[in-house]
Ligand binder design. Structure first.
Ligand code: ACO
Ligand code: ZN
Length: 164
């Protein structure tokens, strides 16, 4: 197998400090330990980390929720809502975010039967938007003033499989 220089696996409880450090270095939206533990306990299969050079360098965490389809009117869907994804700056642009997001979507379908994936992203976050569009996400909505500093969020979504 080709060595990509990183390894992807499910989060473990003792990864929490490192994941919180990455979150705090990479994003202004930060969370309590309770928040991380709660997501991990409820949805462990979509809480994924990437390790390189002996440490975690990226993470993704999702909440599984039922709601209206982002694509079909009057239809419900099971969503993998990407709450947060980040990769340490020195480890970017080698496919880590793509791989952990793809893995989270795959596990979401297998373990939780999700039919769609969606997320909010800052309207100005071109890098992240490019990543999501590359993986087949499209812009389905805009949330005005969604972030604490007043910036708008774009809602991007991707269909994963048909509702049974
Ligand atoms: N310039 C242009 N395009 C980029 C860049 C860049 N610097 N970085 C990523 N992309 C796009 C490209 O299309 C890239 O594909 P390519 O390398 O084949 O051209 C694609 O995204 C995939 O890149 P990856 O290597 O998989 O992404 P990476 O591991 O670098 O992580 C991420 C991307 C997570 C956005 C990273 O830059 C980061 O942590 N940023 C800060 C935190 C952040 O903004 N997180 C997302 C917030 S939204 C949310 O959490 C729901
Ligand atoms: Zn949600």
């Amino acid at each position: 197998m080709e060595d990509k220089g990183f390894r992807v696996r499910i989060f473990r409880s003792d990864d929490l400090n490192r994941v919180m450090t990455i979150n705090e270095e990479c994003l202004p939206e930060n969370y309590s330990t309770f928040f991380y533990r709660d997501l991990y306990q409820r949805f462990p299969k979509t809480f994924i980390v990437a390790e390189a050079d002996g440490a975690i360098q990226g993470y993704i965490m999702c909440r599984i929720e039922r709601g209206l389809s982002k694509f079909k009117t009057f239809r419900t869907a099971r969503h993998a809502h990407v709450v947060s994804i980040a990769v340490m700056e020195a480890y970017r642009r080698r496919g880590i975010a793509s791989e952990i997001l793809l893995k989270a979507m795959e596990n979401g379908v297998e373990a939780y039967n999700v039919t769609e994936c969606f997320l909010e992203v800052r309207a100005s976050n071109q890098l992240a938007i490019a990543l999501y569009e590359k993986l087949g996400f499209t812009n389905v909505n805009r949330k005005l003033g969604y972030y604490m500093d007043g910036e708008d969020a774009l809602v991007l979504a991707k269909p994963l499989k048909e509702e049974p």
